[in-house]
Design a protein around this ligand. Structure first.
Ligand SMILES: Cc1ncc(COP(=O)(O)O)c(C=O)c1O
Length: 498
């Protein structure tokens, strides 16, 4: 969809919604009548404190006023001011990296789909709050509709408890908080490659944490786990690690958990949507086959799910854990017997627009095995496979780990067979920087620190003068990057040449 289609679509929806909005008397601080505002421009903004003309002052109602305010074309008062501000904002936004472009294969950043963008913007005209049902009845309903879709995707056959959150961090915090309530005297165990949030949240919750070492093949060290087993209540299993996109062996961990009475929490914040392609033959299905055996699952629609930021999700297999959220605050405005999402969420105010955007997206991209969302995930996976092969065939690079999802970790290949770990880190950092310095002719990747012993598997003659090495990492979250792989590698090779 190009930008004029996008705007046309949104405009039609806004016109229709505004007919309803304007059937009510409009508040002074509302949508139609904007406040009189100071005329802002780069040369009379707050950085130019001496300029008296055009400066912003506050009237006794707290509204901003300015001697240069004027009637705009549309009858609103500050069209010109808004244009100035947006022009300043536009300039500042150009300071971003080109996350939307195929040349960007750096961090976990995926452009939201137009339908999510339009649904979010449209809903913001009302700005509902999904805390209590009264704050946004339709968007609360939408949130309740999307939760079962995720539950079904993960294989749950019964009703689960779940809700949206503002992020994967908060969703994981809630899961660990429930884990603490279920096993108040026990700690949490997670592997060395799990997201740092788990360690931090154990600290927030005052829980003991255990970091499970990894064996050479990346599997968990179960001997260690057995040695601390009686102190652990919940195991965190990451389905798509942040660094290399690894899927931890849930099928093996579940057996250990069952035999030893442990709860299992899945951090599928990044990888969760890959569940849709477990039967594709392009990912290992064993771990994915067991997702419904977990006690809780986190998935982030704002990562792979085409959503703008502010959309995580947590699911609990046993709906009765909802009892831990119970409160009887006198100042919440729960007005009916129906489930208010604020009663099962640690966060109070949450954007109804996030639920609307996700709901709208799922109408177009349902979470079905052969649906359009699955196609997108398949394309990302293929992009990573093509990219890792191309990198490995290049004279300039070598793949470090075989990608399990859509994250590829690789290194510059030095021409001299004898080189140090520190020199290799410098070479990789140089390629990373040069790629970005070339701007729109360049390529945007990220850096990742790995143990030097891992790199010696591809470069046996390396002199390990440092315990870790900085390597290159690419996250291929855009489906059309599949076709763009040759150009991405060409640009990376140009960065390697200098
Ligand atoms: C596996 C995993 N868990 C949790 C998080 C934290 O999620 P958020 O950034 O949405 O708070 C991330 C973020 O990259 C992640 O990759």
């Amino acid at each position: 969809m190009n930008s004029s289609n996008r705007i046309d679509l949104l405009k039609k929806a806004v016109d229709s919604l505004e007919r309803w909005l304007f059937s009510y008397p409009v508040s002074d601080s509302g949508i139609a009548k904007q406040h009189t505002a100071g005329t802002l421009s780069p040369d009379n903004s707050s950085t130019n404190k001496n300029a008296s003309e055009g400066s912003v002052s506050y009237n006794d109602r707290g509204n901003t006023t300015s001697p240069r305010s004027e009637e705009g074309e549309s009858g609103t008062i500050c069209t010109r001011d808004a244009e100035n501000v947006l022009s300043m904002l536009t300039d500042r936004l150009k300071g971003n990296y080109p996350f939307h472009s195929n040349v960007y294969a750096g961090q976990m950043l995926k452009p939201p789909h137009d339908i999510a963008w339009a649904a979010y913007a449209l809903t913001m005209l009302i700005n509902p709050n999904n805390h209590a049902l009264d704050g946004g009845p339709p968007t609360s309903e939408m949130e309740k509709e999307v939760i079962p879709a995720f539950a079904r995707m993960f294989g749950f056959k019964h009703t689960v408890l779940g809700h949206l959150t503002s992020s994967g961090t908060i969703a994981n915090l809630e899961a660990l908080w429930i884990a603490r309530n279920e096993h108040p005297d026990k700690g949490i165990a997670f592997s060395k490659q799990s997201h740092y949030t788990h360690e931090r949240m154990c600290n927030v919750l005052g829980m003991k944490s255990f970091q499970i070492p990894l064996l050479e093949d990346g599997k968990w060290d179960f001997h260690y786990l057995e040695s601390v087993s009686d102190q652990i209540g919940t195991l965190v299993v990451t389905m798509g690690t942040t660094g290399a996109g690894r899927v931890e062996p849930l099928h093996e961990i579940i057996n250990f958990a069952k035999n030893n009475g442990k709860r299992v929490h899945l951090d599928a914040a990044y990888g969760g949507y890959f569940k849709l392609i477990e039967q594709s033959g392009l990912i290992h299905p064993e771990a994915w086959a067991c997702t419904a055996e977990a006690d809780s699952i986190v998935i982030d629609p704002h990562k792979h799910g085409l959503q703008p930021y502010g959309c995580g999700c947590v699911l609990f297999k046993d709906p009765s854990v909802g009892r831990y959220y119970k409160h009887d605050s006198p100042y919440t405005y729960f007005s009916s017997e129906e489930l208010h999402l604020g009663e099962i969420s640690l966060e109070c105010s949450r954007a109804g627009a996030a639920a609307a955007a996700l709901w709208a997206t799922l109408q177009m991209f349902p979470l079905a095995e052969n649906g359009k969302m699955a196609e997108i995930m398949l394309d990302c996976r293929k992009a990573a496979l093509h990219f890792s092969e191309a990198v490995n065939q290049s004279l300039y690079f070598k793949m470090l780990y075989r990608p399990e999802l859509d994250i590829v970790v690789y290194s510059v290949q030095p021409s001299d067979p004898r080189f140090t770990a520190s020199a290799l880190s410098r070479m990789n950092t140089k390629v990373f920087q040069r790629g970005m310095d070339k701007g729109s002719d360049g390529v945007f990747v990220s850096l990742f620190t790995v143990p030097s012993s891992d790199v010696s598997t591809i470069f046996p003659e390396i002199i390990a003068d440092t315990p870790t090495i900085t390597v290159l990492r690419s996250v291929l979250m855009k489906p059309d990057q599949q076709a763009y792989v040759p150009e991405l590698v060409r640009r990376l090779e140009a960065a390697a040449r200098g």
